[in-house]
Design a protein around this ligand. Structure first.
Ligand code: ADP
Ligand code: MG
Length: 264
C-alpha cells in the first residue's frame, strides 16, 4: 500500500540559497510526525512544498501514491492537505464562528465569493460550532478575532484548517508564542485530534513538548534530513544533538538540555 503522503528527493532553491537539498520521507495514515530542526533548517519550506506554496526544482510530492507536485494548493486542499501558518491571519471583519464557517464553505467551493455567500448556511455554521468546541474555543464563537488571546487565535487557526476535513493536517509551530500552560493544553488538543484519526505533521521548536506527543521525528538541518525515526532514538542521535548545539549559540530554546531531558 502506498503511503498517505510521500516526499521524494525534494530540492528547493531560493536564488542562491538551497532551502531543501534532496529531502525524502513518507507518512502513514494516523501518524503524528514531529518535524524539527534549527532555525533556517527548511521545515517551513518542506511544508510549503507539500501544500504547493513552493514548487520544488527537483523531486516529487505524492498523496496516496498520486503525484501532486504540479497541482495547485486548491487542488491539494481538495485531496485532503491543510496547513496552519505560524502567523495567524483570520479575517478581522467577521466573528470567530464566521471565520470557521467560511473555511467550511471552502470545503465545497474554493471560489471566495461562493464561500462567502455560504456563511449563512446552517450546515456549515453547525459544523463550525462543532469545530470550535473540538478545539476548545466555543465560548469565543461570537467574538471578533481581534479580542482573542494568542492561545485562542492558534486554536482558531487549527479549527479553520480542520474545516476542510483534511486527511493530513500540517501545523507550522502552532505552540510558538504560547505560555507553557497554553502550549501544554494545545499540545494535548493536538494529540486528541490525532487519536481521533487525523494524520499530522507538527513543526515545533520546544523539543520537550514535541517529544511528549510525537512518537516519530524527522530532523532537518541545513536543508538535509539528518534523522528520521522513533522520538527516543532521534533525540539520542549524536548528529541531532550536534546540530542543535551548533546552531543555538544563544543557549535558549531549543537547547540540548531540553533534548536530553525529553529523551531521558
Ligand atoms: N521565500 C524565500 N525566499 C528566499 N529565501 C527563503 C524563502 N523562504 C525560506 N528561505 C530560506 O530558506 C531557508 C529555510 O527556511 P525555512 O524553511 O523558513 O526554515 P525553518 O522553517 O526551518 O526555520 C532559510 O535559509 C531561509 O532564509
Ligand atoms: Mg519555519
Amino acid at each position: 500500500m502506498s503511503a498517505l503522503l510521500a516526499v521524494e528527493d525534494v530540492l528547493v532553491r531560493f536564488g542562491g540559497v538551497t532551502a531543501l537539498a534532496g529531502v525524502s520521507f513518507s507518512l502513514g495514515k494516523g501518524e503524528l510526525l514531529g518535524l524539527i530542526g534549527p532555525n533556517g533548517a527548511g521545515k517551513t519550506t518542506l511544508l510549503h512544498t507539500v501544500i504547493g506554496v513552493v514548487t520544488p526544482t527537483k523531486g516529487r510530492v505524492l498523496v496516496g501514491g498520486r503525484d501532486v507536485t504540479r497541482l495547485s494548493t486548491d487542488a491539494r486542499a481538495r485531496l485532503g492537505l491543510a496547513l496552519t501558518h505560524q502567523i495567524v491571519r483570520p479575517f478581522r471583519g467577521m466573528s470567530v464562528l464566521d471565520n470557521v464557517t467560511l473555511a467550511a464553505g471552502f470545503a465545497k467551493t474554493t471560489h471566495l465569493l461562493r464561500a462567502l455567500t455560504s456563511v449563512s448556511r446552517t450546515a456549515e455554521r453547525a459544523r463550525a460550532r462543532e469545530l470550535l468546541a473540538l478545539v476548545g474555543i466555543a465560548d469565543y464563537a461570537d467574538a471578533a478575532p481581534a479580542v482573542l488571546p494568542l492561545g485562542a487565535l492558534k486554536r482558531l487557526e487549527v479549527a479553520r484548517a480542520l474545516a476542510i476535513s483534511p486527511e493530513v493536517l500540517l501545523l507550522d509551530e502552532p505552540l510558538a508564542g504560547l505560555n507553557s500552560v497554553e502550549a501544554t493544553r494545545l499540545a494535548a488538543t493536538l494529540a486528541d485530534l490525532n487519536a481521533s484519526g487525523i494524520t499530522m505533521i507538527l513543526i515545533e521548536h520546544n523539543l520537550a513538548k514535541v517529544a511528549e506527543i510525537c512518537p516519530r521525528l524527522v530532523v532537518l538541518d541545513n536543508g538535509r534530513k539528518i534523522a528520521d525515526g522513533s522520538t527516543a532514538a532521534v533525540l539520542a542521535d549524536a548528529a541531532v544533538i550536534a546540530a542543535y548545539m551548533g546552531k543555538d549559540a544563544s543557549g535558549r530554546d531549543p537547547s540540548h538540555a531540553e533534548a536530553s531531558h525529553a529523551a531521558g
